[in-house]
Design a binder for this molecule. Structure first.
Ligand code: SAH
Length: 352
């Protein structure tokens, strides 16, 4: 093994810090032995915190209407080919009922930024879910809102909020989004969410057009400042009806390296092995767990809408019922020596 590689890995593990050139070295250096050492060390850290338990989150994609026009995303408002839908309150509540029966203790409500779902509607939904499933956590992933709106969601009982920052670099942000959107605004949302008391998740896509290793370093620096409770990363995957349709897919190898580095930097962070990683590589999610991830987010949306919530092409698990997905994931996790947790899966600092 390369001594320099090993020293850098050991050093991040001890100091929870990394500099630009060391990050670049870990993200680019070749050699199976090196990578195995990186993954093994990350795994040791995650196993010491999470004891080989994987947390499941049931993802309910409740609307694919979106007012934004992000260049990478299949449900951008400019995509006139998207078949738009909204789940009714009854449908959403029924997903949660099914989810709890299967054993999920977290429901993630994710959607485009859909003005139909006013703050009142969102708060109503959150309150009902918490009333009907008091032992479960509710996570929202519905984009950029005012601090007042976030406060209302929190007071209604929402526990967590996912809002990937997408890229910490302003110029790169401008390559991925129309002029009406700003990276500074998105970062501000994350700080507001944290201040209010949510368990907060930020994150990026790996391999978006124009992304450089220097950008990834800036992402790491931003995360070290924000100190999020969750970090969602997955490869960029093109969607045929977006401006990025001909751009190359993000690298699974780079995603796995970054997952492992994030685990070393943030031992207690909740780190999903994402659906995008499972789409880019059939065993991507397992590889993610073995590189330090500790969360999976199976789809709980009704099967008849799954094909419509296409952020990118080729998305997996669009045909199976929730129960089938859960059995399949359990098997996948157990095959690599892990098990599904029965707890809510809060960040260790929020453990109840
Ligand atoms: N409207 C919500 C939810 C967005 S979808 C919000 O703004 O947070 C959740 C995440 O999917 C996005 O944050 C983005 O990082 C990811 N995503 C979108 N398009 C993608 C693509 N083409 N490939 C991979 N991931 C994508």
């Amino acid at each position: 093994m390369d001594d320099r590689f090993k020293n850098i890995v050991d050093n991040i593990k001890d100091t929870h810090d990394i500099d630009r050139k060391d990050l670049k070295y870990l993200l680019t250096c070749e050699g199976e032995d090196n990578l195995e050492y990186l993954y093994e060390t990350a795994r040791e850290v995650s196993d010491s915190v999470f004891h080989k338990e994987v947390y499941l989150r049931g993802l309910i994609e409740f609307t694919n209407y979106c007012k934004n026009n992000c260049y990478y995303c299949g449900i951008r408002c400019g995509n006139t080919n998207a078949d738009r839908y909204r789940l009714s309150e009854e449908e959403i509540l029924s997903c949660c009922d099914i989810g709890e029966k299967i054993g999920f203790k977290t429901f993630v409500l994710q959607g485009g930024e859909d003005p139909y779902f006013t703050d009142d509607k969102i708060c109503d939904l959150v309150r009902k879910i918490k009333e009907q499933h008091p032992s479960c956590a509710v996570t929202l992933s519905i984009g950029e809102k005012s601090e007042e709106s976030y406060k209302k969601y929190y007071e209604a009982g929402a526990d967590r909020y996912l809002l990937r920052h997408e890229t910490a670099n302003e110029e790169h942000y401008a390559m991925l989004h129309p002029e009406s959107m700003s990276g500074a605004e998105r970062k501000m949302c994350l700080y507001n969410l944290k201040k209010i008391g949510f368990q907060v998740g930020c994150g990026i896509m790996v391999g978006t057009p124009g992304q450089t290793l220097d950008h990834i370093y800036e992402d790491v620096v931003f995360m070290m400042a924000l100190k999020p409770h969750m970090i969602g990363i997955g490869p960029f995957i093109p969607h045929k009806d977006t401006p990025f349709k001909d751009e190359p897919e993000g690298s699974v190898d780079l995603t796995l390296r970054l997952l492992a580095i994030l685990r070393l930097l943030f031992p207690k962070v909740l780190l999903p092995a994402t659906t995008a990683l499972g789409t880019a590589d059939n065993l991507g999610r397992e590889k993610g767990i073995l590189a330090g991830a500790n969360v999976m987010m199976p789809n709980l949306s009704p099967v008849n809408v799954r094909e419509k919530y296409l952020l990118y092409d080729g998305k997996i698990c669009t045909g199976e019922e929730a129960a089938e997905c859960s059995v399949c994931l359990k098997r996948r996790v157990e095959r690599i020596g892990y098990r599904i947790a029965d707890s809510r899966g809060d960040h260790p600092d929020f453990a109840q």
